[in-house]
Design a protein. Structure first.
Length: 81
């Protein structure tokens, strides 16, 4: 039986990469677009989808996800006040 959690298109794509900044961090999925902020690619201002991939992939940490989502949540909270 194949372990589907390790299929490349599910786990080693832009959505799970630390260099991907989704346009909507709270509702990110593989179809959402975002920017690649890898130091060697940032000058190109690449817009990629969560399902894209490349050879610069590095797994995003849960801490980084929480931080990205926290910034958006705080911004939305301050706008409501």
């Amino acid at each position: 039986m194949i372990d589907l959690k390790r299929v490349t298109w599910q786990s080693e794509n832009c959505l799970s990469c630390k260099w991907f900044v989704p346009s909507d961090p709270l509702n990110a999925d593989i179809l959402i677009s975002g920017k690649c902020v890898h130091p060697s690619m940032i000058g190109y201002e690449l817009v990629v989808s969560g399902r894209d991939w490349c050879n610069l992939f590095e797994t995003i940490s849960q801490r980084q996800i929480d931080q990205m989502q926290g910034v958006v949540t705080e911004k939305e909270s301050s706008e409501k006040q």
